[in-house]
Design a protein around this ligand. Structure first.
Ligand SMILES: [Zn+2]
Length: 310
C-alpha cells in the first residue's frame, strides 16, 4: 500500500453532508438534519506539545488548573477551552474564503452555516429557542508531566507576570502583589495527549479540522494574550471505535528529560488505526477545493447574499 492511498477510516467517510437540509417528519413538520442526533463518530487521538509559556486556568486567582489523575497531580486543559479556540480558528478560515461571511460567536451566530452546524449554537427568538448541539467535542486533556515538573517559578519570568498584571494593580499607586499561584507558568515542552471527537463525520469535517488545528495551535490556548500557550499537535491515530482512555494515553506516552516524546507503546495499542501525517496532509490540502464545491451549504445565508449581489 502506497503512502498516498487514503487510509480506510478516511476513505469510508462521505465527502460532505448538508445538515441544513430539511427532512419531513411523520407529523408533517419539517426539521433540519442538524437537529437529528447521530452517534457515529471518529476520534482523533494525538498529543500537543506546549511551545511557549502558558497559564491554563479557570480560577479567579489565575492559578493553573490541576487535578490528581492517573497517579499524579497534573495540569489540565479543558475540552471547552480548546473548542472555543477551534471555533474562532474555523471562523477565520471560512472568512478567508468568503469575505461576506459574517457569522460570529457568541453574538452573531447565524445558526445556518458550517460553523454553527459543527460547533453548535443557541438563539432565543420570541416564544422559541433554537439550539444546535456541537458535533465537535474535544475532551479534557491532562499533562504527561506532573504539575511540579510542568510549572516554572523562576525570577526572570516574574517580569512577564508583572506586566501581565499591570491592570490589576491598585489605583493609588500601591503595588498589588500577584499571588504565588499567578507566578507559576506552564513550561514549554509540557505534553498534553488529547482525544477530539467528531460526531456524524465527513471528509470535509476532517480536512477543516486539520486546518483549524494549525491555526488554533498558532493562536494559542493560554488564558491571556501575553501568554499565548501556542502548541504543536501530532496526530497518532484516528478511530471510529474508541477503546482507549485518557489513562492509557498518560501511561503509554513517555517523555524523557530532554523532552523527547516516545509513542511506540501507544502505537502498538492502535495497530492499523495509526495514521500517517502525510496522508492527513493530502486531505488538508484539498480544503480549498472542497470549500469551493460546497460553498452554498457551508456559508448558508451569507453566501446567498453574496451571489445575489454579484
Ligand atoms: Zn453560523
Amino acid at each position: 500500500m502506497s503512502h498516498l492511498n487514503e487510509p480506510e477510516i478516511i476513505a469510508k467517510l462521505p465527502e460532505f453532508k448538508n445538515l441544513g437540509e430539511e427532512m419531513k417528519l411523520a407529523s408533517g413538520e419539517s426539521l433540519k438534519k442538524v437537529y437529528v442526533q447521530k452517534n457515529d463518530y471518529i476520534a482523533i487521538v494525538g498529543y500537543k506539545v506546549l511551545k511557549d509559556f502558558a497559564r491554563f486556568t479557570s480560577h479567579e486567582d489565575l492559578s493553573n488548573d490541576k487535578i490528581d489523575y492517573a497517579g499524579k497531580s497534573r495540569i489540565y486543559l479543558t475540552g471547552l477551552k480548546r473548542r472555543g479556540v477551534y471555533r474562532r480558528a474555523s471562523e477565520a478560515i471560512l472568512r478567508q474564503y468568503n469575505e461576506n461571511y459574517n457569522c460570529a460567536t457568541p453574538d452573531h451566530q447565524c445558526m445556518n452555516c458550517y460553523n454553527c452546524f459543527t460547533y453548535g449554537g443557541v438563539i432565543a427568538i420570541k416564544d422559541k429557542t433554537q439550539a444546535i448541539k456541537s458535533r465537535l467535542k474535544p475532551t479534557t486533556s491532562f499533562s504527561i508531566q506532573s504539575d511540579e515538573e510542568a510549572l516554572i517559578d523562576e525570577e526572570e519570568f516574574h517580569n512577564i507576570v508583572h506586566t501581565d498584571f499591570r491592570m490589576e494593580q491598585a489605583e493609588k499607586g500601591e503595588q498589588k502583589k500577584p499571588s504565588l499561584y499567578t507566578m507559576l507558568l506552564v513550561k514549554p515542552g509540557t505534553v498534553f495527549p488529547f482525544i477530539d471527537i467528531i460526531f456524524n463525520p465527513t471528509k470535509f469535517d476532517l480536512a477543516m479540522y486539520l486546518e483549524t488545528l494549525r491555526r488554533a495551535d498558532a493562536m494559542g490556548y493560554g488564558s491571556r494574550s501575553s501568554l499565548l500557550g501556542t502548541m504543536e499537535t501530532k496526530i497518532i491515530a484516528i478511530t471510529d471505535n474508541l477503546k482507549i482512555s485518557h489513562k492509557d494515553l498518560l501511561n503509554k506516552i513517555k517523555v524523557d528529560e530532554a523532552g523527547n516524546v516516545n509513542i511506540t507503546e501507544l502505537k502498538a495499542l492502535f495497530g492499523s488505526e495509526v495514521i500517517d501525517e502525510k496522508q492527513l496532509e493530502t486531505l488538508r490540502a484539498k480544503l480549498p477545493e472542497l470549500i469551493e464545491k460546497h460553498k452554498t451549504e457551508i456559508y448558508g445565508e451569507t453566501s446567498l447574499k453574496k451571489s445575489s449581489k454579484s
